[in-house]
Design a binder for this molecule. Structure first.
Ligand SMILES: *[C@@H]1O[C@H](CO)[C@@H](O)[C@H](O)[C@H]1NC(C)=O
Ligand SMILES: *[C@@H]1O[C@H](CO)[C@@H](O)[C@H](O)[C@H]1NC(C)=O
Ligand SMILES: *[C@@H]1O[C@H](CO)[C@@H](O)[C@H](O)[C@H]1NC(C)=O
Ligand SMILES: *[C@@H]1O[C@H](CO)[C@@H](O)[C@H](O)[C@H]1NC(C)=O
Ligand SMILES: *[C@@H]1O[C@H](CO)[C@@H](O)[C@H](O)[C@H]1NC(C)=O
Ligand SMILES: *[C@@H]1O[C@H](CO)[C@@H](O)[C@H](O)[C@H]1NC(C)=O
Ligand SMILES: *[C@@H]1O[C@H](CO)[C@@H](O)[C@H](O)[C@H]1NC(C)=O
Ligand SMILES: *[C@@H]1O[C@H](CO)[C@@H](O)[C@H](O)[C@H]1NC(C)=O
Ligand SMILES: *[C@@H]1O[C@H](CO)[C@@H](O)[C@H](O)[C@H]1NC(C)=O
Ligand SMILES: *[C@@H]1O[C@H](CO)[C@@H](O)[C@H](O)[C@H]1NC(C)=O
Length: 505
């Protein structure tokens, strides 16, 4: 069906109203933090949370923006019938109660998140919140939480279409709102019933798939639907690989916006089953599509190379970009069938998207992501025509006729030695804040506590802009040799002379 121009304008206006983000003022850029689930599952305790919070501060992660410390499932011990059915905290795991934990986390300048479930039980078979939304929202507000992850197990069949699922999740959203406490609301219904269509009016993020596992591209029947046309998946499943989830976000990138984000699930960086190139790629991909960046590794045993990935401020600055627009897939090729990996996969893809300009009032910066799923390092090419296709098809975009700085966002990655020094400097005790050498930890690193990513970008912080590796000329091509299961990630910045000459184009 062809839209007349006027119809199209009307449709766009309606869409803009329908897509309005939830009005709690939170997650204007994607939330960042840590959640215990991927690494520790139900093995939760007060000591785990307090010690991890301490390390997040002392490894400089807090000052990169990782603010939310999130306690996942398995923390409760039933409801108290003689106290308005309030949830009971498991005092073996949390001997001082939950408020004390929240206070400790807040004292460190961090924020505290908790977990519940829009069902009879949580996924770990603890009490769920379905039917107790008001009681539980009040409990959470009393504890002083700043974030709620809200799961989908044992939902008693209240699913199957968008009205039913959205109503179930909206009930908790309303209950949280009624407490008056700003609480970031993170929907976790695994992409069931198209949460990207309704989540933005209720919540700050919504999961788009079944649970991630620590794997690059292995097919697992429990997480069906993947590949170039992996959309419309009715069975979210679990055990989803990094590339499986990434293929699912390709169709809904336009749903990401300030205040409400597509959530590709927690990070697997540092969990141990993928190699360094794969973790670099995973972190870059999640950043480029504006997924929340929630670390899922055990910070107490973090390795230097993983701290180095999680600390890359130039990549985080893409995730935290003030425009809040997701990159989009421009092409995907299933490649050389003789070069497949052990899982039978070989595909390459190019994504690009707008970043707020750091140089020109007329042209945005741009992120370019080349993802190599081949079994071997591959020379990959991105033409300006493909990168800027949104601004004009078939090379008609004005940006194609300009020259661009190509800035490698991984060029200045922290060395293993520096990361090891940060990890090894302190004497670790449960409470080591004063034992750390702040100079060592802060040396050469971006500090988002003192300067927001938005301000740092506008001030040309070299820690955020990456290193210029080449210049691409009008109608040119960016060429990169990309590691097996790796990425090349660039920020393009208009070259000033070209900007000044734009009227002559
Ligand atoms: C249940 O609530 C009652 C009344 O507030 C209180 O005395 C009791 O300690 C609570 N029980 C538990 C296990 O929290
Ligand atoms: C509750 O919702 C109203 C209306 O959308 C909004 O103005 C207010 O900021 C919200 N309050 C909280 C605490 O989320
Ligand atoms: C396909 O992969 C094989 C094995 O890596 C390689 O020898 C061959 O040159 C590749 N062919 C093309 C067209 O890239
Ligand atoms: C491609 O990778 C495989 C497995 O790592 C290796 O055995 C092979 O030599 C590589 N081929 C090329 C052309 O590099
Ligand atoms: C990229 O371009 C080079 C030539 O510059 C070519 O050899 C190579 O095959 C191209 N790679 C891909 C993946 O298209
Ligand atoms: C950092 O350490 C990892 C793991 O030992 C290693 O794979 C990687 O090559 C190292 N990086 C550098 C730049 O030395
Ligand atoms: C941490 O420090 C506080 C304040 O100094 C102290 O009260 C608490 O006992 C310490 N905790 C641990 C586990 O050392
Ligand atoms: C902290 O580290 C810096 C450089 O890494 C060093 O110059 C300084 O002496 C250290 N301070 C202490 C108290 O160890
Ligand atoms: C970041 O800046 C804050 C405020 O000045 C400071 O307290 C903190 O130690 C800095 N963080 C790092 C890692 O240097
Ligand atoms: C940032 O760098 C660009 C290009 O060098 C320059 O035009 C601009 O004035 C710089 N902005 C600031 C705030 O230094």
């Amino acid at each position: 069906m062809a839209f007349k121009k006027s119809n199209f304008a009307a449709a766009t206006a309606l869409f803009a109203i329908g897509a309005k983000a939830v009005n709690n003022g939170l997650a204007l850029t994607p939330q960042m933090g840590w959640d215990n689930w991927n690494a520790l599952g139900c093995d939760v305790s007060e000591d785990l949370l307090v010690e991890t919070a301490d390390l997040i501060v002392n490894y400089g992660l807090k000052d990169l923006g990782y603010k939310y410390v999130i306690l996942d499932d398995c923390w409760s011990a039933g409801r108290n019938a003689s106290n308005n059915n309030t949830l009971i905290v498991d005092t073996e795991k949390f001997p001082r109660g939950m408020k004390a934990v929240a206070d400790d986390i807040h004292d460190l300048g961090l924020l505290f998140g908790m977990y519940s479930d829009a069902g009879r039980y949580t996924c770990g078979m603890y009490e769920g919140s379905l039917g107790y939304e008001t009681e539980d929202a009040n409990f959470f507000a009393d504890v002083g939480i700043d974030y709620l992850k809200y799961d989908n197990c044992y939902n008693e069949g209240y699913a199957g279409n968008q009205q039913i699922s959205s109503a179930r999740y909206r009930t908790m959203g309303n209950a949280l709102n009624a407490t008056g406490r700003p609480i970031l609301y993170s929907l976790c219904n695994w992409g069931e019933d198209y949460p990207w269509n309704w989540g933005s009016t209720i919540a700050n993020s919504w999961r788009i798939s079944g649970d991630i596992f620590d794997n690059w591209d292995e097919y697992d029947a429990r997480c069906p639907c993947e590949g170039p046309d992996a959309w419309n998946c009715e069975l979210p499943g679990f055990h989803c690989s990094v590339t499986n989830i990434f293929s699912k976000v390709a169709f809904i990138v336009s749903k990401a916006q300030p205040g409400s984000w597509n959530d590709l699930d927690m990070l697997e960086v540092g969990r141990g089953a993928m190699n360094d190139a794969e973790y670099v790629a995973h972190f870059s991909m999640w950043s480029a599509v504006k997924s929340p960046l929630i670390m899922g590794n055990d910070i107490r045993i973090i390795k230097p190379q993983d701290l180095s990935i999680l600390s890359n401020a130039a990549v985080i600055a893409v995730n935290q970009d003030p425009l809040g627009q997701s990159a989009a897939r421009r092409w995907l090729y299933q490649t050389n069938t003789t070069d497949v990996d052990e899982n039978g996969k070989a595909e390459i893809q190019m994504w690009s998207g707008n970043l707020k300009s750091t140089i020109s009032a007329d042209y945005n910066d741009y992120v370019v992501l080349l993802v190599n799923g081949n079994n071997n390092a591959t020379v990959m090419n991105a033409t300006l025509e493909d990168i800027f296709v949104d601004s004009g098809p078939k090379g008609t975009a004005p940006q194609v006729q300009m020259s661009w700085e190509v800035r490698d966002l991984w060029a200045d990655r922290m060395s293993n030695e520096t990361a090891a020094a940060i990890i090894n400097t302190p004497t670790k005790s449960g409470n080591a804040t004063t034992g750390y050498n702040a100079t060592t930890i802060g040396q050469g690193r971006y500090n988002a506590t003192t300067t927001s990513y938005a301000d740092g970008l506008m001030a040309n912080s070299s820690l955020l802009l990456g290193s210029v590796v080449t210049t691409v000329q009008p109608s040119g091509t960016i060429i990169a040799n990309v590691d097996r299961h790796g990425v090349a990630m660039f920020r393009l910045r208009a070259i000033p002379t070209a900007v000044r000459k734009r009227d002559e184009l």
